[in-house]
Design a protein around this ligand. Structure first.
Ligand code: ADP
Length: 215
């Protein structure tokens, strides 16, 4: 099991920390606000009241022993950037940081953030994509212009094998999994046949995914 530090226990940080803890990972949750620490204390391995911008404090907490840190300080941008810098200085190998906008994200990369996430922006895009097409169940952007989508198989797709459909050459899309009722066929072979009401998990560029949605 991996060891995680979560800094900032607002809505996002709390959700990250409790989800990791529910998956049996070791989680050290840190917030400057004692009340937030109390609220989460029986759901994670350790919860500590501390100012994450203090190098000395984080050092005493032994943060260098942890594999991954998530900086989820939101509105306090100054604290968010400083905490990122301090965690990197102390040698945490992978630091993931929540950013407010692109400029903030750029700055975070410059101070050493290994990954920058934009939860509000990404969730907004995901919800919008789910709303605009009835057959799209879920949508995750992997990189600009590249996504994974969950689609309900249209009539044109059902009763045919992946080989016959040849979605890769038609739409540049790879089928990662086929879900039928409670069964999931991960990395389906070319002979796998799509049945009515199956859900396809597909990966590709926006253009190809959009063509497949309307196929
Ligand atoms: P969200 O939008 O996810 O709810 P918030 O910005 O409201 O995020 O919450 C961020 C949390 O980060 C708050 O609980 C706040 O007390 C905490 N926080 C802010 N600055 C620091 C800091 N320097 N060290 C530790 N925690 C901090």
């Amino acid at each position: 099991m991996r060891q995680f530090i979560v800094v900032g226990l607002g809505r996002f940080g709390t959700s990250v920390a409790t989800t990791l803890a529910n998956k049996e990972h070791d989680v050290l949750a840190i917030d400057i606000d004692e009340e937030k620490v109390q609220e989460i204390s029986n759901q994670v391995t350790h919860a500590v009241q501390a100012d994450a911008t203090s190098e000395e404090t984080l050092q005493k907490l032994g943060v260098d022993e942890f594999d991954i840190a998530i900086v989820a300080i939101g509105s306090n941008i100054h604290g968010n950037i400083l905490a990122t810098l301090v965690l990197k200085e102390l040698g945490v190998s992978h630091v993931v940081v929540k950013a407010q906008d692109n400029l903030h994200g750029k700055l975070l990369s410059k101070v050493g953030a290994d990954k920058v996430v934009y939860p509000e922006r990404d969730m907004g895009a995901r919800v919008a994509n789910n709303l605009v097409s009835a057959n799209v169940l879920d949508y995750i952007e992997l990189a600009p212009n590249y996504s994974i989508a969950e689609l309900i198989a249209s009539d044109k797709l059902t009763g045919k094998s992946l080989k016959e459909l040849d979605l890769r050459s038609k739409f540049g899309v790879n089928v990662l999994a086929i879900k039928s009722n409670d069964d999931v066929n991960v990395s389906p072979e070319a002979e796998a046949v799509i049945n009515a009401n199956d859900v396809l998990v597909v990966m590709g560029q926006e253009k190809g995914l959009s063509q497949l949605k309307h196929y």
